[in-house]
Design a protein around this ligand. Structure first.
Ligand SMILES: *Cc1c(COP(=O)(O)O)cnc(C)c1O
Length: 409
C-alpha cells in the first residue's frame, strides 16, 4: 500500500478511537494531579536529586524517593532503587522477603511471568520451592478470570502466607486485570483470612487507571522502573510499595537483615527517577493511545487483537495474533526499523536468559530493553502472538503504524 493510503487509514482509525482516547486522557489528568500533589507534599527540591557514595547513610534523595512512591501508590512505605536490576529482581525480593521455609504461596492468576519460573520452581538453584516454600497455582478460566470457588477451596485446604496476582497478561492470550477486579480478589482473600498477604505483580499496569492495587486492598505491589513508572526516563531499577510491615521484611532482603533501608548509594543521583515519575502519567497516556490505535489498525486489516477495540485497556500491551511465525518475526523487525535507536539492526529470535522458548524482541530504545518505549516481542511458538507496547510519544506510534501498514497491506 502507498504511504498516503496508509496515512488515510490511520487517520480513520484515530477518528474511530476518540471515545477511548478521551477516557485515557481523563485518567492521565487524574494521575498527573496525584503525582504533582505528592511532589508538593514532599517538598521536592534540587537537593533530592544529588547522588551519594559508599554506604549512603542519610541519602535524602533515596529516602524521599521512597516516600514519594508510597504517597503516589497510596501505600504506607516503599522501596525504589536503581540497585534493583529489573522487574524480575524486584518480584524476587518481595517473595524472598515475605516467604520462609514451610510458608505457602498461592498464585491465583495461573503461571507467573516466564522469568519467574526458575525463581519459584527451579531445581537446586535456591528457588522458593528449593528452600522449602510450598507453591500452588490456580489457573484462570478460559476467558482469563479468577476461578473463585477453586481459590476458596485451596485457601481453606491450606492457609498460604502469600496470595499472588499478576495484573498484566505476560505471554498469555488474556486481558489484564482491572484494578477493581484485583480489589475484589484482595477482598475475597481477606474475608477468609485477613492476615494473608496479597502481592500484585503490577508490571505494565501503573497509571493505566486512576488507582493502583495498593489502593484497593493489596498489601504489596511491585514493578520495573524501565516500564511505566520510570516515565521513559529512569535508566534502571525497580519499585516495591506496600504496608510498613511488608516493606520492612523486604528491605532486609534488599540489603541485609542488619541494614534494611539504611544503606545504598547511587553516585549519578536521582534526577531521572524523580523526573520519570513526574512524566509517567503522560508517557503512559501516550503509550495507551498508541496501543488503542494499533488495535484499530490491525483489526482493520484482519488480525485479531487483545484487548479488542472498543474496550478499555488495563495495561499498556496490545496483543496481536499473527497466522505464521514469519509474520510475527517480520512485524517485530518492522517495529525495530521504525525506532529512533538501532533502526538499522534486524532482531532475530534467540534463547534469552530466563525465557523457556526462543523469543524475538524489537527494542530500538534509548534505555536498553525499556518497554515503555515503543517495542514488541513474541515467543516463537503457537499462537504466534506479538506483544506491542510503549511509545514515548503518540506521534511516534502513529508514524510507526503508518509505515507498518504500508508493508503489511
Ligand atoms: C516485564 C515483566 C516482568 C519482569 O520484568 P523484567 O524487568 O523484564 O525482569 C514480570 N512480570 C510482568 C507481568 C512483566 O510484564
Amino acid at each position: 500500500m502507498e504511504y498516503f493510503q496508509a496515512e488515510k487509514i490511520v487517520e480513520e482509525c484515530e477518528e474511530a478511537a476518540q471515545k477511548e482516547f478521551k477516557k485515557i486522557q481523563a485518567v492521565a489528568l487524574k494521575n498527573q494531579a496525584k503525582v504533582l500533589r505528592a511532589f508538593r507534599e514532599n517538598r521536592i527540591a534540587a537537593m533530592h536529586f544529588q547522588g551519594s557514595t559508599g554506604y549512603g547513610y542519610d541519602d535524602i534523595g533515596r529516602d524521599t524517593l521512597n516516600k514519594l512512591f508510597a504517597n503516589v501508590f497510596g501505600s504506607e512505605a516503599a522501596i525504589v532503587s536503581p540497585l534493583i536490576a529489573n522487574g524480575t529482581h524486584a518480584i524476587s525480593l518481595v517473595l524472598y522477603g515475605l516467604l520462609k521455609r514451610g510458608d505457602g504461596m498461592l498464585s491465583i492468576s495461573g503461571k507467573a511471568y516466564d522469568t519467574l519460573d526458575e525463581v519459584i520452581c527451579g531445581k537446586d538453584n535456591g528457588s522458593l520451592v528449593d528452600i522449602g516454600v510450598n507453591y500452588k497455582q490456580i489457573e484462570l478460566t478460559d476467558d482469563g478470570d479468577f476461578r473463585w470457588e477453586e481459590i476458596r477451596t485451596a485457601l481453606l485446604r491450606e492457609k498460604p502466607k502469600v496470595v499472588y496476582v499478576q495484573r498484566s497478561k505476560g505471554y498469555l492470550w488474556r486481558d489484564a486485570f482491572s484494578v477493581e477486579r484485583i480489589g475484589e480478589a484482595a477482598k475475597f482473600v481477606k474475608e477468609i483470612y485477613p492476615d494473608v498477604l496479597v502481592v500484585v505483580d503490577n508490571c505494565y499496569g501503573e497509571f493505566v487507571q486512576e488507582r493502583e492495587p495498593t489502593e484497593v486492598g493489596a498489601d504489596v505491589c511491585v514493578g520495573s522502573l524501565i516500564k511505566n513508572p520510570g516515565g521513559g526516563i529512569a535508566p534502571t531499577g525497580g519499585y516495591i510499595c506496600g504496608t510498613q510491615a511488608c516493606i520492612d521484611s523486604i528491605a532486609k532482603r534488599l540489603t541485609a537483615p542488619s541494614l534494611g533501608l539504611e544503606v545504598g548509594s547511587y553516585l549519578p543521583g536521582y534526577l531521572p527517577f524523580y523526573e520519570g515519575l513526574f512524566l509517567a502519567p503522560s508517557t503512559v497516556k501516550n503509550a495507551l493511545l498508541g496501543s488503542v490505535l494499533a488495535g484499530y489498525v490491525f483489526e482493520k486489516i484482519g488480525f485479531e487483537t487483545m484487548p479488542k477495540t472498543g474496550s478499555m485497556p488495563y495495561d499498556i500491551i496490545k496483543s496481536i495474533r499473527f497466522r505464521t511465525p514469519e509474520q510475527l518475526i517480520s512485524f517485530c523487525q518492522k517495529i525495530q526499523r521504525v525506532s529512533p535507536v538501532d533502526s538499522y539492526v534486524v532482531p532475530e529470535a534467540w534463547d534469552m536468559p530466563g525465557y523457556p522458548h526462543p523469543v524475538i524482541m524489537a527494542a530500538g530504545t534509548f534505555v536498553q530493553g525499556a518497554s515503555l518505549e515503543l517495542s514488541a516481542d513474541g515467543t516463537v511458538r503457537e499462537p504466534y502472538v506479538a506483544y506491542l507496547q510503549g511509545g514515548l510519544t503518540y506521534e511516534h506510534c502513529k508514524l510507526a503504524l503508518t509505515e507498518i501498514l504500508c508493508d503489511l497491506a
